[in-house]
Every structure is written in structure tokens, then in C-alpha cells.
Design a protein around this ligand. Structure first.
Ligand code: ZN
Length: 261
């Protein structure tokens, strides 16, 4: 086991704590729903069972091939759990400085408090995906509540929402995929992460991002759910390095289509 993987494994309990003390906790307060027990986060992207990975059908995107240079090297930066003050704006500023496009998987109850940030994310050309209304573990919920999570978030985001969703904690299964598909969403997980929920020192975060430097990497980061200054700093440090290596930054292909359901 590599030292880095060992660090990831050690960090998993903190990841769960971060996820459950951030948007999720605020959500349970706001909605009056019982607290949702966290689902173990996969120890590494390669440990994500094949059943949790996007299917070929979900990954295919005709609109993406029409707009993306097939020879360009691309990194998909994704930011979950926002919008969040002040980090969403700071991420937007960094992305703007380097002309980088990303995907934001937003939590509906945070959107309700920060519609201005949603408008800024959309105006800057980034994609906005559904991350449920209160950061729910969908595997613990009845079908009608799963639909409620998606629809209530969609109502908050409005027409700027893309037809993609990322289940909190990566917790999904075929049954949930069927439901989300019937609600008009492609499910998107990630290929890499930087353990940024635990906010390790910036050099360590940068190390994770260096490891995630390859064509079509889909990197899980967070602009919300807690304090994220080190995430902002690490992205600020990595963007010029990636650009020097010939990478461009685009919204996830699965998120290029507007949500219409
Ligand atoms: Zn999340």
C-alpha cells in the first residue's frame, strides 16, 4: 500500500465527519428529517465498485464530442457541497484568472441561501449539477424522498441546472440510478480526489492533485461543507502547472446538457 493510499484510508473517518457536519447537518435542521448515517466513502477511486461507476450510456455525450477538441488534454475539476461563502467566490475567481471551466455539484438548501452565487457560477460558463437538497445518503431513503431531494434542488437552481447529479458520499446503486435517470439525470462520480474535506496542508493537497494529472481526470474537490482555504490555495497553485503541461479545463461532458425533466 502506498503511503498516499494509507493516508486516504486513514482520512476516511474524517471525510465522513466533514460530510456530516457540513451541509448535511444544516440540512437535517432545516428539513426536520432525521440525521442520515454516513455511507463509507470508497478508499480510493479504484476501489469504487463497477456498479458505482458511470455506465457507458451515462458517460456518452454527443454534445461533448461536438464542442471538445479530441486532441486536447482535459482535466475535469469538480467542486461539491456549495455554494458556500467565501470559498465558492474564491474558486470562481481562481478559475476565471486561468480561463478554466469546471462543474459545481450544489446542495439545494445552500442554493436557497445563495442564489447570487448560482447565477455567478452559470454566468461564468461552469456547469451546475444536482447534489441533493440536504446532502442525503440516497441509499437510506424511500423512492419518493429520493425524488423529492432531486426535485427540490432543481426548483432552487432553476434553468441553470445541468442534467447530471452526483450522489453524496458516492452512495448509489442500480435502483437509485434508475430513479435519478427517470428524473432526467446522468449519475457522475469521480476518478480522483485530494482528501480536501480534511484540509491537509496545501503541499499535501498539491501532491494529490499532481497524482491526478492525466487526460480526462475527474477530480473531486469541495467549495463547501466546511472551511476550504487550502482547497482554494491548492487549485490556485496547480492551475498554472497544469496549463504548462498542456491541459485544458472543461465541464464534465455528462453535465453539458440542461436539465429539463
Ligand atoms: Zn458532498
Amino acid at each position: 500500500m502506498s503511503p498516499r493510499l494509507a493516508a486516504v484510508l486513514a482520512a476516511v473517518p474524517f471525510a465522513l465527519a466533514a460530510c456530516t457536519t457540513g451541509a448535511a447537518q444544516q440540512a437535517t435542521t432545516a428539513s426536520g428529517m432525521p440525521a442520515v448515517p454516513p455511507t463509507p466513502v470508497p478508499a480510493s477511486p479504484s476501489d469504487v465498485p463497477s456498479s458505482l461507476r458511470p455506465t457507458a450510456e451515462e458517460s456518452a455525450s454527443p454534445s461533448a464530442s461536438a464542442t471538445v477538441d479530441p486532441h486536447a488534454k482535459v482535466i475535469y475539476l469538480t467542486f461539491d457541497d456549495g455554494p458556500w461563502v467565501p470559498y465558492t467566490q474564491q474558486i470562481l475567481d481562481v478559475l476565471d484568472k486561468y480561463d478554466a471551466t469546471a462543474t459545481f455539484f450544489v446542495v439545494g438548501e445552500m442554493v436557497a441561501q445563495h442564489h447570487d452565487l448560482i447565477r455567478k457560477i452559470h454566468a461564468a460558463g461552469h456547469a451546475i449539477g444536482n447534489h441533493t437538497y440536504d446532502h442525503a445518503n440516497l441509499t437510506t431513503l424511500p423512492d419518493d424522498r429520493i425524488r423529492w431531494e432531486l426535485r427540490k434542488t432543481a426548483r432552487q437552481v432553476g434553468p441553470d441546472l445541468a442534467a447530471c447529479m452526483r450522489p453524496p458520499y458516492g452512495a448509489t446503486n442500480e435502483h437509485i440510478r434508475r430513479i435519478t435517470r427517470s428524473e432526467g439525470y446522468k449519475t457522475v462520480l469521480w476518478t480522483d480526489w485530494a482528501v480536501d474535506w480534511d484540509q491537509p496542508p496545501v503541499p499535501e493537497l498539491v501532491g494529490y492533485l499532481e497524482d491526478a494529472t492525466y487526460d480526462k481526470a475527474n477530480i473531486l474537490l469541495h467549495d463547501g461543507g466546511g472551511d476550504r482555504p487550502n482547497t482554494v490555495a491548492a487549485v490556485r497553485e496547480m492551475l498554472p502547472r497544469w496549463i504548462k503541461k498542456g491541459y485544458t479545463f472543461q465541464a464534465l461532458p455528462e453535465c453539458l446538457t440542461p436539465h429539463t425533466a
